[in-house]
Ligand binder design. Structure first.
Ligand code: PHB
Length: 388
């Protein structure tokens, strides 16, 4: 009898102790990013921004510490899949986040579904990503979302004959399809569609074809980090002085590497959802804090990381540190003012709805910037909007 009571008391003590420890149990966010390899600039930007947001607004939720765990996926799908599995099984993360390239998001989607773990895509931008799992919510953008406004701008600005040149993988195909669809609908002509390999791209033979055909403009998409190599070859071929206009998604004139591009980039017209030069108090504060924390200029990948953390942290707060489905539900329909401008999460598609800006590369205070001169408000992903 006595023995039983002692055992019972010990049991209660253990339970009470476990309860107290439970209250302090960290909330874990598993960040998967390319920290090495050709897409390391994306990893660097997203990590810096996520840590900045965490330090400013999200160190604890519901009395529990919030932890960011980071793994380098090297930009490879197989590695990402394995690391995502480890995050779910070993670390028991509450949220998976990051995803610097489309194939990495595709590789992880089945794991998110199976584990019922919310997966916040902060970077990758192929339209179809959010359809791969009901647990995916996206804080970045989609290629069609930023490309359709550029096709519209081109046809309104005297451009009639265009060649397209994109990186040959899903987001590039999305950009090519969206550009051609809208531009030809408005009466424009696409002379040919050029596709450059993702790994070790050599633009020279493709740019030669552009130089020979002399279209009014060449429309370009390359993923973040690759724009500097493209611009170098564009000027080496003399295309910047050939009268062929360069129009592109903002991925090409990425704020992180724009200054390295030099004179050749001046005057390039792009459309995108974020510029470090965006004129708002929220963006001024973001750019300043980012520079202080990471000693670099934020680009659109950075803002995707910052807003992705906002989305996660606000959903955690709203659900008192909830998980799984509840967390995804809390993200749907969320609205806030981002450094990029007003944004919301479309409750039907789990994609971000945001302004798209038309910009021109200009020099300001000795630095190159994407200077916004027109705004298309509250743009949804047009591919999913068309399916309805
Ligand atoms: C992607 O792989 O989805 C991706 C990567 C970089 C970009 C845009 C899209 O700049």
């Amino acid at each position: 009898m006595l023995k039983k009571t002692v055992a019972g008391l010990a049991g209660i003590a253990t339970l009470a102790f476990a309860g107290a420890a439970g209250a302090q149990e960290p909330i874990k966010i598993g960040l998967l990013l390319p920290m090495t390899g050709p897409f390391a600039s994306t990893g660097r930007q997203v990590e810096a921004a996520a840590r900045l947001y965490h330090g400013q607004h999200c160190q604890t939720v519901a009395g529990r510490p919030v932890q960011i765990l980071l793994k380098d996926d090297t930009g490879t799908a197989d590695v990402t899949r394995r690391l995502a599995q480890e995050f779910v099984v070993n670390d028991k993360v509450n949220v998976l986040a990051g995803f610097g390239l489309t194939p990495l998001a595709f590789a992880t989607a089945p794991i998110a579904t199976q584990a019922k773990t919310p997966m916040v895509v902060m970077a990758a931008a192929t339209s179809a990503i959010t359809e791969q799992s009901p647990f995916i919510v996206r804080s970045s953008f989609t290629l069609p979302q930023v490309t359709v406004p550029l096709a519209e701008w081109a046809s309104k600005n005297g451009i009639k004959r265009v060649m397209t040149l994109v990186t040959d993988y899903a987001p590039g195909i999305d950009a090519e399809t969206a550009f051609k669809g809208r531009f030809t609908q408005d009466g424009g002509q696409v002379l040919s569609e050029l596709r450059v390999p993702l790994r070790n791209p050599d633009f020279a033979p493709f740019l030669q074809r552009v130089a020979d055909a002399k279209p009014d403009a060449v429309f370009v998409f390359v993923p973040s980090g690759v724009g500097a190599a493209f611009m170098k070859q564009f000027s080496e071929r003399g295309l910047d002085k050939s009268g062929v206009r360069l129009i592109a998604t903002g991925d090409v004139t990425d704020d992180d590497i724009l200054n390295e591009m030099g004179e050749v980039a001046l005057g390039t017209i792009t459309t995108h959802h974020y510029s470090a030069a965006h004129d708002s108090p929220e963006n001024k504060a973001f750019v300043e804090a980012f520079r202080k924390a990471a000693n670099m200029r934020p680009n659109f990948m950075g803002v995707g990381g910052f807003d992705g953390m906002h989305l996660i942290c606000e959903a955690l707060k709203k659900t008192n540190a909830g998980a799984g489905d509840a967390l995804v539900e809390a993200m749907k329909g969320m609205k806030w003012t981002s450094p990029r401008g007003p944004v919301s999460i479309d409750p039907e598609t789990r994609d971000i709805v945001q302004n798209v800006y038309v910009r021109r590369v200009e020099r300001r205070d000795g630095e190159l910037y994407n200077v916004e001169f027109a705004t298309i408000e509250a743009v949804k992903d047009p591919v999913k909007a068309a399916k309805k």
